[in-house]
Structures are given as C-alpha cells and as structure tokens.
Design a protein around this ligand. Structure first.
Ligand code: ATP
Ligand code: SF4
Ligand code: MG
Length: 355
C-alpha cells in the first residue's frame, strides 16, 4: 500500500495477521493488514463490530503477548519491528512510545487507587523520578486536559469523576510520557454528544502540542471526517478501502464504504441525506465467505462479470477516480456506479446538476 502523506513515517504495519486458534477452528481476526502513519497525523480505522479493529490495534501495543494469539507480519515503529522485541523491551516501549486510550476508562482504571496514583505510576515506570515529581506532573497533566482544581481532584478515586472527566484522565495518563503514537479505541462512544465533541477537540489540541500520531478507532464516519487525515475501512479482518480521508469521503469506490456512508447522517454535510442501513450482518471470522467477504450483503455484485465476487478475493487496487487511495472490489466502474446510483440515493443535494 502507498504512504498517503509526505511527512516522515512513524508507524509502518505490513501484512499483519492476528489469528486465534479455537475449538471450532482458526478465527482470523486480522488477516493481512498494511498501513503507514506519519508523525503528527491521524489515521481513522472504521468498520462494523467484529471487523478486527481492536485486535489489530492491541497487537501494535503487544497486548496479545501471553495469550494464544498467533501474530505475524511487521509492526515497524520508527523502523524497529515491535514483533521482534522481547517482553521486557516491549513493556518499555508501551506507555513510553505508544500509548492507548480505551473506550471505557472505568474498567481501564483500578477502582482502589486514586486517579493521581494511576497517572503518576505511568510516569514513574518510565522515568527515574521521585513520587513527588510524578504527582506534580500528574497535576500538570490533569490541568492540561481540562480537569478543574487538579491539585485537589488528583486525590479522587475514578468513581468520583464523571465519564467525561475519566476520559480526560485517561488521555492525561496516555500523554504522561509524550508518546509518538497514541491509539484511541472508540474513545468517545460512551459519552454524550457534547462531551464527545469536547474530547475530540482536546485530542486535536494535544496532537498539535505534542505532535503525536493518532490512530482513532470508531464506528462513526462523522468522527473520522472531523479528525482523520487518512482512513482505513476494515471488513472481516482486512482493509477494503484505504487512503486520504477527504478522497474516500468524496470518491469512495467500495460498496461496503458506500454502506457505511449511507448509514451515517450528515457525513457529507448534506441535509437531505437518507439513512440506509447495510443489509445483513458481519460475517463470522471462523469461516468468512469465499471470494469477496462482503458478497452476501452486496447489492452491486451482479454488475461484476462471471462469478468473481463469489470465488476470488479482490486485491487492493488503485482507485479509478485517479486519486491516491486503494480499494478492494471487482467492480470495473465503481466511480460511475457511485456517481450515478449511490450518490443520488444517499445525498441528493450533492449530485451535480447536468446541463
Ligand atoms: N481471544 C480471542 N479468541 C477468539 N476470537 C477473538 C479473540 N479476541 C477477539 N476475537 C474475535 O476477533 C474478531 C475481531 O474482534 P475485535 O475486537 O477486533 O472487533 P472490533 O472491530 O474492535 O469490534 P467492536 O467495534 O465491537 O469493538 C471478533 O470476531 C472477535 O470475536
Ligand atoms: S467485489 Fe463484488 S461483492 Fe465485493 S464489494 Fe465489489 S461488487 Fe460487491
Ligand atoms: Mg473494538
């Protein structure tokens, strides 16, 4: 796959596979994922539940270690393959160079320790400093993420914080060591819309300040539209469309992406947009459909000659619209199908008037 920005590449993931052997067979949760992320930029990973978003990002943090997962490929962070590190080396890089913000801070934080203790611990583990210095740094970071009276709230327990404050505290913890890469897995789904917008703004501010690269995982293409430079659409453990966000939102070429766009209001800023849910359900990753994994749900498969959609996995190939993104689909003319059939359905206001 191509690198979609000119800035320095920080993370390069190549042919990542995360497979889980189970009693019923092998679950191929991530099956050959490749992408690049440049310093200071944001990649949005989108896809329905079970498409492999969390498994893939957990592998970057090495969280599969000690489990039965079989992981292969390369995860190059600043040129070093994280999959080749021993557990101690990986432990040092986690928190220091790459950190994660989880969807549910209450379950990610320990209920018996104060917020300040937990944030401070993230600093103490990686720096030769006193507890007092760690506490001072915790207060500074709580202040930076917008917690009022941080010198008092630092001694609160997680349950004394609201949901939005806990998410801010998680962000503070993740940024304690100024990591180059921040992975945010559904960081705002548990929050109401106003708090969600505040947290996304905060992440963007902090990204500018710390120049971190961010991977944001979400179901919500609206979040991607606001935050991401690049977007990677996942289906059944694989990338099905990948490239610059603006391009994919305006010239998507994979029917699954069309489905995601149709099921999100306002992503194209169109007031008459219709909400059309994707028919059917995501496939089992134990025995995904042959050919294109999306074919049982795809209403455009009859436009492909022969039985290709049912028998052959499409490669990731360059978009026909001439941009720099790639898509995985056998349709010979996806740009035309999108313009003529899909866009008038989902966003009638955006269809260009023909003279
Ligand atoms: N330890 C495991 N053993 C077997 N299968 C697993 C294991 N962990 C995850 N899976 C499977 O891998 C697939 C991908 O899971 P993952 O958590 O990455 O999905 P996701 O895209 O993050 O979904 P969601 O949006 O619901 O968070 C799922 O089918 C899940 O059941
Ligand atoms: S390859 Fe076929 S089934 Fe898959 S998305 Fe394209 S048209 Fe649909
Ligand atoms: Mg997940």
């Amino acid at each position: 796959m191509t690198t979609t920005t000119n800035a320095d590449v920080l993370l390069s993931v190549r042919d990542l596979k995360v497979h889980f052997p189970t009693m019923d067979g092998i679950v191929k949760a991530t099956d050959g994922l490749s992408f690049d992320l440049a310093k200071g930029t944001t990649l949005g990973i989108v896809g329905e539940s079970g498409s492999g978003k969390s498994v893939s990002s957990s592998a970057i943090l090495g969280l599969h270690r000690g489990t039965n997962a079989i992981v292969s490929g390369e995860i190059l962070l600043d040129g070093e393959d994280l999959l080749q590190l021993n557990d101690e080396q990986m432990r040092r890089r986690r928190g220091q160079d790459v950190a994660m913000i989880f969807q549910d801070p209450l379950s990610a934080m320990h209920p018996y320790y104060t917020v300040g203790n937990q944030i401070g611990e993230a600093y103490l583990v990686h720096n030769d400093v006193s507890k007092k210095a760690a506490r001072t740094r915790s207060i500074e970071m709580l202040d930076r993420v917008g917690i009022p009276q941080p010198d008092r709230r630092v001694d609160d327990y997680p349950h004394q914080f609201s949901g939005g404050m806990r998410q801010r505290a998680m962000i503070a913890m993740a940024l304690m060591n100024d990591p180059g890469l921040l992975i945010a897995d559904e960081p705002t789904t548990a929050l109401d819309v106003t708090v969600q917008a505040q947290i996304l703004d905060l992440l963007q501010d902090l990204q500018r300040e710390f120049n971190s690269a961010i991977i944001i995982i979400t179901h919500d293409l609206g979040v991607v539209a606001e935050m991401a430079d690049d977007v990677l659409v996942m289906y059944a453990g694989r990338a099905v469309e990948y490239g610059p966000c603006k391009e994919i939102l305006t010239h998507p070429e994979m029917p699954y992406t069309w489905g995601l766009l149709s099921s999100v209001p306002d992503v194209q800023g169109d007031t008459d947009a219709r909400l059309i849910p994707i028919p059917g359900s995501p496939p089992s990753l134990l025995s995904p459909p042959k050919g294109c994994a999306f074919h049982p749900r795809c209403v455009h498969r009859d436009k492909v000659p022969g039985d290709l959609c049912f028998t052959e996995l499409p490669d990731l190939t360059p978009a026909r619209s001439g941009g720099s993104h790639v898509k995985r689909c056998h349709l010979p003319n996806p740009d035309e199908v999108y313009r003529v059939e899909v866009l008038p359905e989902i966003a009638p206001d955006l269809v260009e008037e023909t003279p």
